[in-house]
Design a protein around this ligand. Sequence first.
Ligand code: SF4
Length: 377
Amino acid sequence: MWESLNLKDVVALARDPYPSIRQWARDTGKKVVGSTIADVPEEVIYAFDLLPVTILGTHKPLKKAPSHLPDNACSLARSNLELALSYEGDLFSGFVLPQVCDTTQHLSDIWRINFPDKYVESYLAPRQADRPSARYWVKEEIERLIASLGEWTGKTLTNEALTASILIHNENKRLLAELYEIKKKNPGTITNKQFFAMMKLSLQVDKAEFNKSLKSIKDGLKLKKGKGYTDVILVGITCDPPEIFDIFDELKLNIVGDTLVDGTRYLRGAPSLNGDLIDAMADRHFHRGFFSPIHDDVFKNFEEVKKLYKETKAKAIIYVHIEFCESQEYDLPDLKNLIKKEGIPMHVLDTEYQTTSLSHVLTRAQAFFESLKGGSL
Ligand code: SF4
């Protein structure tokens, strides 16, 4: 199903992977388990012979979600709930829902009430990741998830199955990291849109199959440096709709680093196979980088963004702001001030799931990068 895709296929499937996931589930007879971002150890779900699918919104209209969530809930939460309630709910046999903010905490309860016949489990990442007890908490939470999945499926997780699953996931991250390096150095070879489509699809399909596509895409690339590109870093949680990447491509922006949950933060999450596997998955939670100031030292985001900016020698930061994201609303004012004091150019791009018109995004980004060329920032 996903083992012989070219870049064009990947871009199309990343926009709507669900028909192919349905077909795959029919062909294999396997169950599909959905989760929302972030930090659910998908290797564990996969090791139970289930397909973990990260739900990243729908582009179809909102019909039911607004009656379940307040107007100021983030558009990602609304879009995810809509996808499950109106469009793809029957595809999933169960859900493992992380609680990373107040919105996701309420969302998982709404989800549970609306799907009484499905398996619904929570995954509780520690709210204060800088506490010494946080690591113990993560390990306990992974073990609780394993016990819960074991009870639901009637299976016992073996070390061999978990090792095999981690190997497939780590291979996926290795291939994506290699493709990212190629893209950064040769922006004429892979567009931003194509690269982030590979990232997104990796979170949604069977990686054992998709890794074969990634390898053949990588082996078949003809390197092109390209001319006139401006290196930038992308900061935020996720970037949608995918047409925003068309705007970056049109403006010849080369994303050379990012902090996205469906970007570098995912790539950093490869657990070591040396030693206890649960310990390794607990450890990686703390190597993944900043996600929200609710969870950690409030200056950590700034320090990480500044470091990335310097390491990549980027010319500017693009911050992708999801409207009404409580985590970003809390984080962004301080980050803006600190970045400004450093004299680093930063453009804030406001996005909303279900957005259909991006002309304002293009106009504002054009103006920002024109003034950057003129040295007026
Ligand atoms: S972290 Fe932000 S974008 Fe993610 S679910 Fe919470 S409020 Fe929405």
